[in-house]
Ligand binder design. Sequence first.
Ligand code: SF4
Length: 393
Amino acid sequence: MTLQSACASSKEERVLPLLYPETRARHSHSKRIDTIPQHYAEMSGEELDVRIAAARATLGERLVILGHHYQRDEIIKYADYRGDSFKLAQLAAARPQADYIVFCGVHFMAESADILSAPHQKVILPNPAAGCSMADMANIAEVEECWEMLVDTLGDDAGIIPVTYMNSAANLKAFCGRNGGIVCTSSNAPAVIKWAFSRGKRVLFFPDEHLGRNTALKFGIQEEQMVVWDPKDPMASDNADEEIENSRIILWKGYCTTHMRFNVQQIDKARAEYPGIKILVHPECRREVVEAADLYGSTEYIIQQIEQAPAGSQWAIATEINLVHRLAKTHPEQFIFCLDPVVCPCSTMYRIHPAYLAWVLEGLVEGEVINQVIVDDEVVYWARVALERMLAL
Ligand code: SF4
């Protein structure tokens, strides 16, 4: 059985209590339950459907369910809105009548929704173990250590602008807000890099090395002007000082496990098998994959390309499998497949199972808020500063 078919036929009914310790500490003051009651884990899909529908009907306008494009069909069907992380956070802010925002996505997305929503709104992540492996590759202690080392090396005239990808913890967005920096998404990264270079000499980009590199190349920065910062082994090179002094962009060594699965051999194979096929990839893929593709862009861009394409077009897409399957299903007039034939879903997004959704919704009906994501006020303030700089572009 291939990995793909193993994933497609799996029944995700495990209880997944693991949560990155730093994330756990940030939310110690909210009511969090990492272990779903067993009877929810044992319910059939049909029973969960009935219970979720009943809870939604009872909560009415007080509830909004947001679904990220990478969520499985069994979850996305309940979403009032679908989108990428930033679009969903904005949608949450645009629905002040909803007291409860249930975010079917991953942890940093729920934090962003909490930052942008009104004070009375409660943001809930159904399974608190739904983190993002990339976001977890940079934490505030490591980023502050990096910042100090860079300032030590470069002196007072360092001119570094910190830029964090949306896929990062709220306290890293706040770090950018406090230090003259900004947030970017995969759609607006080029405009954000331009903004940063109009204010400083160098950019510290975290946590995704690949989005940072692909964007810098687009901006005309050469590979020799880039330095990769490994938080586990900083300044390891013998010429580290010199490399940093000559750099224009410092790239955090982080990556998306889902998008790292794609490679150039898959592109060559797709082209050999389907002459004329268009290769469409996400900018979290490696440089060589982006360069070998016909088109690249954010999740929303990928969806747009497919929606605008004529019948009969052929596409091999390098992004999360649930989205690719959904595009193939909703556009049967086109030929669409995932570039990696054995790719599995984003494993952390996959932790939002209907059983978790039923559990938190029934909790709300009973007046109990389970797994609320609460960002500290000071973090909210500075993270908003960084987000508002981005919105003003
Ligand atoms: S697809 Fe990658 S970046 Fe997105 S949530 Fe999953 S691990 Fe994080």
